[in-house]
Design a protein around this ligand. Structure first.
Ligand SMILES: Nc1ncnc2c1ncn2[C@@H]1O[C@H](COP(=O)(O)OP(=O)(O)OP(=O)(O)O)[C@@H](O)[C@H]1O
Length: 533
């Protein structure tokens, strides 16, 4: 009978854990009833049999596993269905690891979700593999990336309380050693977005050659970036150098300790060609206003710099407020596993600028309109853009005697004259600065209240960058664009940019047809009212 019962119960799994309460109840009754005794005996028997079977199974399993694992069977744990489950240490660990892994995965997914919500809130769009989480605050520079205190102190002194959207995303990307191409509106703090990770990664000053390079399309912008870098690196003895004509001529580049070098592409190209400057140790290369640098005229120059920066672990980044597709394509070819960061919409004008179009009919109409505008309400500083240096000089010739504090900047001036023009405008000594596109990009003249496009810009990018000299760092600004008959084919292009950045545009403008707009610099009548001698 015992054999019979053991036969009957062999293989039956009774989940003692699950039915623990019932077992206790039955066990209590067992003492009173025969049937209960029988059942208890049967269960005991079954338990013995089960144990025997399971020990056998375990030893078989152990034998099977011999050679692959020397772990001993710990014992019986869970009874599942009708088969015995015996877990080795390995299996237990594997189970634990898989639980841990799935927890980790779940937490990663939750973090991805939080990042996506946060990015949406700040209008940040990213693409690329495994993009690092954006910064919630500058405090995270310390908690996540051990930012040195000198830099945090400098930030405080500059009055930077919260990171701007481009800083929130581009800084972690670069700190993770990822290459990056980024597009964010004018005046949105792109300079700090690349200087901050650069300073953090360089850690301390070193003597062994050039370690980081920032390329800017104009001398004015190079000089500005140099000043910004020095402000941010205050209290740390980094060797930050601006490649001037003087430096290029006189420096001994065989012994040139330099942590960060800022330059226009032409000067670096000359440094490579004439002075055989070694760029093979460069760890960071930034192409600021990258779409300008990728234009054919400058591309040859930057190409030689990119090639000279041969360090295989170099981190390259591209920044601009306008990022045409051809630049993205080049960037992808050039970079490894790059992250793309776009704030707002690509190639969009800043939303803090009130934009207006004014029909002036003719060149005379433009001069009248600007005089009238200044007479009614001159709210300096005002920046006026023209399409060529000749026209800038002509307008200056007209306005210089109008009892305005007016100055002019263009490429025919000496370096010193250009610097003076910028400094005087910054200091408020000049109210109206007449300019060519030489100061259209990157220049951070704080508090420019109004930009006047005296001559219609020659491209969408030129429009976005010119008007972006006002309305910076969250401040409001104004942009007025004069147009004549010749510019009408391209009005729709400006209207689209205006509408995209939230300005009201008359419906008739939106109904116009859009025309491909590039290098629109029509021959215009002279501005000068003085008789030719
Ligand atoms: N986090 C911040 N908080 C407040 N101000 C900031 C912050 N970051 C930068 N700024 C300020 O914003 C201004 C514009 O910054 P920056 O010149 O870097 O803009 P940008 O995006 O490079 O513009 P552009 O496209 O015209 O070159 C500067 O005066 C800078 O000091």
């Amino acid at each position: 009978m015992a054999n019979d019962s053991s036969f009957l119960f062999a293989g039956i799994r009774f989940d003692r854990k699950k039915f623990g309460a019932d077992i206790a109840r039955f066990q209590k009754k067992d003492s009173d009833t025969d049937s209960a005794k029988i059942s208890s005996a049967a269960e005991e028997e079954s338990e013995k049999t089960r144990e025997a079977v399971e020990v056998k199974a375990a030893s078989t399993k152990k034998r099977k596993r011999k050679g692959t694992s020397s772990e001993t069977v710990e014992g019986f744990n869970v009874f599942r269905n009708s088969t015995s489950v015996v877990q080795s240490n390995d299996e237990v660990r594997a189970d634990e690891e898989s639980v841990e892994l799935s927890e980790k995965k779940k937490e990663q997914n939750r973090q991805l979700e939080r990042d996506a919500i946060f990015r949406k809130k700040h209008n940040i769009h990213v693409s690329g593999y495994n993009v690092p989480s954006p910064l919630q605050s500058f405090d995270e520079l310390k908690s996540r990336y051990k930012c040195p205190s000198y830099l945090l102190r400098n930030l405080k002194e500059l009055g930077f309380k919260e990171p701007t959207p481009i800083q929130r995303q581009a800084i972690p990307v670069l700190l993770h050693g990822r290459e990056c191409f980024a597009c964010a509106p004018t005046g949105s703090g792109k300079t700090f977005a690349f200087v901050c990770p650069m300073l953090m990664k360089l850690k301390d000053p070193e003597k062994g050659g050039i370690r980081a390079v920032i390329l800017c399309p104009t001398r004015e912008l190079s000089a500005q970036t140099y000043r910004e870098c020095r402000k941010l690196a205050k209290r740390k003895k980094f060797r930050i150098k601006l490649m001037t004509k003087h430096l290029l001529r006189n420096a001994d580049f065989s012994k040139f300790p330099c942590d960060i070098l800022i330059s226009t592409p032409l000067r670096l190209r000359l440094a490579i060609k004439r002075k055989k400057v070694d760029f093979s140790r460069v760890e960071f290369l930034v192409l600021d206003e990258s779409d300008k640098l990728f234009e054919p005229v400058l591309f040859k120059q930057i190409d030689s710099v990119i090639k000279a920066c041969s360090n295989p672990s170099i981190i390259r980044s591209l920044f601009s407020a306008t990022l045409p597709d051809f630049v993205e394509d080049r960037a992808r070819e050039l970079m490894h596993d790059a992250v793309r960061v776009i704030v707002g919409r690509k190639n969009m004008a800043s939303e803090t600028i009130k934009q207006k179009l004014v029909f002036t009919g003719s060149e005379e109409g433009k001069l009248l309109a600007i005089r009238q505008s200044f007479a009614e309400s001159l709210n300096p500083p005002v920046l006026v853009f023209l399409q060529s240096k000749e026209r800038a000089k002509e307008l200056y010739g007209e306005l210089a005697f109008d009892n305005l504090r007016v100055d002019v900047i263009h490429s025919d001036l000496s370096q010193e004259e250009r610097e003076n023009a910028v400094d005087n405008f910054r200091a408020g000594k000049t109210w109206v600065l007449i300019a060519t596109d030489v100061v259209a990009r990157g220049m951070d003249f704080k508090g420019v209240n109004c930009v006047i496009n005296y001559d219609f810009p020659d491209s969408a990018a030129a429009y976005v960058h010119r008007i972006g000299r006002s309305g910076r760092a969250g401040r409001s600004g104004e942009a007025i664009t004069f147009y004549t008959e010749e510019d009408i084919p391209f009005l729709k292009n400006v209207a689209n940019l205006m509408a995209a950045s939230g300005c009201e545009v008359p419906s008739w403008l939106m109904e116009l047809r859009k025309k491909k707009w590039k290098k629109h610099r029509p021959k215009r009548d002279s501005i000068s009212t003085k008789p030719d001698l």
